[in-house]
Design a protein around this ligand. Structure first.
Ligand code: AHN
Ligand code: ZN
Length: 339
């Protein structure tokens, strides 16, 4: 009799504990309703993201130490505040490859600042001072407008912040707009050189990663959005991302396929790309992937407008913004608990 009772407790205990764990997710015990609640992900509005891209470009190229850069920094911070996030500025004087001191500003916007479980989203917001990949060398000294290379990533983050304000989640999201990503040594200086110039790129993210805006800052994982609105862009699996955060790569690419954006996220490799996620992985030691385009043909693997005078609004495709924005939102909302 006693034996049977103990056996009974032993057999039911795991089931009881399991159901306890389940009910934490939602108060509703109907499994079908639970499922529906968990899958309620807002619609990423590509028109809105497009407008945020355009608004940044309206300031002109956001080259560090210019008026357009200062004004656009104020605009980005103001928008993130409007969407209910807590904004922290990280200002620094950073030295460019040529000795120029850049008055840099990393802009960090947090939803749910008190939450301990956090996801990091990031993008650079500065524009490159030189169109050094333009086929016409007369354009090399002109600044890049950076509709795709700069504005698009910030625009997708702004739209995600706007959606989270409308449909809150229990985890925290940190949006980091890195400055001074695109001031790397120009091609005309490196043509006949064997030097490694990778440290001249990503100055804002190098600074943040060695000096995060909070002591002991942690995020479960990070996603970098770089050039996520260009016409014809598809996103291959970048090699640093595969090395440092293979499970996040798998999750993002599987999610894209599952919600119907698989054609934008081919499951092939694009090689190693020096970008803001490298310091996040190597210095801050937060696993972070890079969503960055990869073109298999044409003059540049980053696409025909990369670091040219044609990186303008005319070459932004809302469908690309939508594919990236909706996929990232799906990943975020699946990581969170319904509110
Ligand atoms: C290099 O060109 C070394 N890395 C690409 C990083 C980048 C520049 N992303 C946007 N612009
Ligand atoms: Zn660039």
């Amino acid at each position: 009799m006693r034996k049977k009772l103990i056996l009974g407790i032993l057999l039911t205990a795991p089931i009881f504990l399991y159901s306890c764990g389940k009910t934490k997710r939602t108060a509703d015990t109907d499994p079908e309703k639970q499922e529906k609640q968990q899958l309620r992900v807002p619609e990423f509005n590509a028109d809105s993201a497009y407008a945020f891209t355009d608004a940044q470009c309206a300031f002109g190229p956001r080259v560090p130490n210019t008026e357009a850069h200062r004004k656009c920094g104020a605009y980005i911070a103001e928008k993130f505040r409007e969407f209910g996030t807590t904004v922290t500025d990280q200002r620094a004087d950073l030295m460019a490859y040529n000795g120029t001191i850049l008055k840099a500003r990393n802009i960090i916007a947090a939803t749910n600042p008190e939450a301990t479980q956090r996801i990091l989203l990031c993008a650079h917001w500065d524009s490159r001072p030189w169109c050094d990949n333009d086929p016409d060398s007369n354009n090399w000294k002109k600044p890049v407008m950076g509709a795709n290379d700069g504005a698009s990533g910030v625009a997708v983050m702004l739209e995600i912040a706007r959606q989270i304000q409308q449909q809150p989640i229990d985890i925290g999201i940190d949006f980091i707009c890195f400055d001074a990503e695109d001031y790397g040594t120009p091609q005309w200086e490196t043509e006949n050189s064997l030097e490694d110039n990778s440290h001249t790129w990503c100055l804002g993210s190098q600074y943040w990663a060695s000096m995060p805006h909070q002591d002991n800052y942690r995020a479960t994982f990070g996603i970098l959005l770089d050039m996520v609105g260009g016409r014809g862009c598809t996103f291959s699996q970048e090699s640093y991302s595969q090395a440092y955060a293979p499970n996040i790569v798998a999750r993002v690419w599987d999610t894209a396929a599952r919600i119907g954006y698989g054609q934008f996220f081919p499951k092939r490799n694009s090689g190693y790309i020096t970008d803001d996620h490298v310091p996040v992985n190597q210095i801050a030691r937060i696993p972070c992937i890079d969503i960055v385009p990869y073109f298999t043909d044409g003059p540049s693997s980053f696409g025909p407008t990369w670091h040219t005078v044609n990186d303008t609004m005319e070459n932004i495709d809302k469908n690309v913004l939508k594919a990236v924005g909706q996929t990232v939102m799906q990943v975020i909302y699946e990581e969170a608990q319904p509110q």
